[in-house]
Write a protein that binds this ligand. Structure first.
Ligand SMILES: Nc1ncnc2c1ncn2[C@@H]1O[C@H](COP(=O)(O)OP(=O)(O)O)[C@@H](O)[C@H]1O
Ligand SMILES: [Mg+2]
Length: 214
């Protein structure tokens, strides 16, 4: 399966989701490739840190690709790996379009408040366009960094539900220190010594949804 963490917003949680999903999938015995298709190289840095802190290594293979190679090289590599996760930058780039032309799923995180209809419409249009090349592409959006309570989550949810081309995953990822703490240590939230049960529940729901595990 080829899964993109994408969208056209910086800081929405793409790298957080991509790295957590890669680690959890690899822990289930799958041979996973994490492709960093973002110029900022955050997931490459994460993988380097992870390889330093874990004696057994990252558990997945991390590489960096950009531009049209995100399509051509990923297609080649898809024969060698069980699953590929592509972390894209928060803009409508050649790299993200190349990824969208071959992926099974794009997963789009949205943060309440930072949120604007314009962004969603652009993602929706991008997905519609890419479906002419890749008609089976699934597009899921979910709320990341949800507030503990309050109206902003609901407003964001309603706007996503109303957006064509995107299916809404109802379970959000809460705004939780565990996600930052894990990232800073080169870990997934499932691997933290100080376990945050809610963060783990949330990421596992997302994980099962994406990989269609019931
Ligand atoms: N659910 C969350 N709760 C708390 N912090 C989060 C959450 N998701 C992401 N973050 C933090 O927000 C920042 C941006 O997330 P990141 O995944 O790097 O976004 P992107 O890749 O979309 O730019 C990071 O510092 C990350 O640790
Ligand atoms: Mg990122």
């Amino acid at each position: 399966m080829i899964v993109i963490a994408g969208g056209i917003k910086g800081g929405s949680g793409k790298t957080t989701v991509a790295t957590n999903l890669a680690i959890i999938r690899a822990a289930q015995g799958r041979d996973v490739l994490l492709i960093d298709a973002d110029d900022q190289e955050t997931s490459t840095d994460f993988t380097a840190l992870r390889n330093e802190v874990l004696p057994e290594g990252a558990g997945y293979t991390g590489i960096k690709l950009s531009g049209a190679a995100v399509r051509t090289d990923t297609l080649k590599l898809s024969k060698k790996y069980d699953d590929i996760i592509i972390d894209t930058g928060g803009r409508d780039t050649t790299s993200q379009r190349a990824a969208l032309s071959i992926a099974d799923v794009i997963l789009v995180p949205f943060v309440p408040r930072s949120f604007d209809v314009w962004t969603l419409e652009k993602v929706s249009k991008l997905v519609a366009e890419m479906r002419s090349a890749n008609p089976t592409l699934k597009a899921y959006a979910f709320i990341n960094r949800a507030d503990p309570r309050g109206q902003d989550n609901n407003e964001a949810a309603e706007i996503i539900r109303d957006t064509e081309e995107l299916s809404f995953i109802e379970t959000p990822l809460g705004s939780r220190k565990a996600f930052c703490n894990a990232a800073a240590q080169g870990l997934a939230v499932t691997e933290l010594k100080q376990q945050d049960a809610k963060a783990i529940d949330e990421i596992m729901i997302l994980f099962r949804y994406v990989f269609e595990i019931n």
